[in-house]
Design a protein around this ligand. Sequence first.
Ligand code: GDP
Ligand code: MG
Length: 436
Amino acid sequence: MGQSISDLMRKILTKSTVDRDSVEALVKGLQRILLQSDVDIKLVYNLSQNIRDRSLKEKVPEGVTLREHVTKVIYDEIVKLLGEKQETLVGKKRIMLVGLFGSGKTTTTAKLAKHLQKQGLKIGMIACDYHRPAALEQLKQLGDQLKIPVYYSDTKSPYEALNSGLAKFQKMDSIIIDTAGRNALDKELADELKKMYDLAKPDEVLLVIPADIGRIAGKQAQEFHRLVNITGVIITKTDGTAKGGGALSACSETMAKVKFIGTGEKLGDLEAYDPVRFVSRLLGMGDLEGLLEKVKEAEFNEEDAEKIMSGKFSLQDFYNQISGMEKMGPLDQVLDMIPGMKHLVPENLIEVQKGKMVKYKCIIDSMTKKERGGDEEIHSSRIKRIAKGSGTNESDVRELLKQYKQSKKMIKKLGGVKGMKRGNLAKMAKKFGLKI
Ligand code: GDP
Ligand code: MG
């Protein structure tokens, strides 16, 4: 989509108030750009409908220009499809990759294995492509490079390879299954995939699609989704094309979100999907992060901040808090904002955040919505279930709950500190990553 969206906005949205004509002109231009970028027509229509409605209806926060507000609206609507946050595969035991011939499955299998290995996990890969003769050699070589075991079947049966491989790698943290592709999703491939899916019972099925796939992405994704339940999308070859509209269609058809993107042929060329980075690349906007930050700040609501600071603090808030700490810089700076704050912070909070973020996220992901709300006590049978579901130990779950309680107490005290300026309270809450 290149430079064009920024250009368009600059040309059209120079006024300070929303007016129907300028939004209409913007939507028209945006539609043209999206279509050029291979987004399918129905999706373009839906997207522009939402963008039009929200741009006209929503109040532009004080201190934010109309252009910034509309950019935020466009960003929101796009990440609603692609994914609003970064996802992790840690804790997923059986990961199956599917996609057509040449989409990048085998390469991505090895890239993912490397990515998880770097996080200290034990990985095994199973070669299940016996359709293309060279496929097995390719995965074996990649496995050798990474010193990650590859299981394959001498009988050249993908089902036999899968069954025995799963048994052999039972003790591994994750098993990544590379499947065969075809030029099209014909009956033969469909039958094979369905059978593989039933045998593997994967925790994660990733559809691998190249960025340059074009307008057929949606239809293809839908066909795969009907056979095997797609849980995530990996877009490969983003280094080769500026277009990326196919990803939007694939996500919209499967409701699955983008989890990783491939940026080159080497095994290190894999990035975890990052919404801001991805959308700014897609729309050709270099300053998107700063802009979103500015809009968020302007939307920041003092009363909500007070409510949260007075003790309403869920496990999800806790997660946001520890992830936010990574970005907030030296803790001392934050602590200096209020008197008496320093001794209220559990000493190890920052350290905890460093090593355990990923684990904590898996644990919180394995909780029910109610448990995440933090209002009810989580007893040992639930702890057992959560540990199992998240692939962690019970002691990890207990530790997380303890940290959460400490933080909750701290936030409560903080909210009760007298004499803090109103503005500071909101700033504090935000620094702690509380979602307001
Ligand atoms: P498969 O048939 O789906 O298993 O696809 P392969 O993994 O064999 O990949 C097909 C070709 O695409 C190979 O030449 C890969 O090196 C190349 N490839 C895969 N991912 C990327 C990527 O992100 N960027 C680039 N430039 N090439 C890629
Ligand atoms: Mg392959």
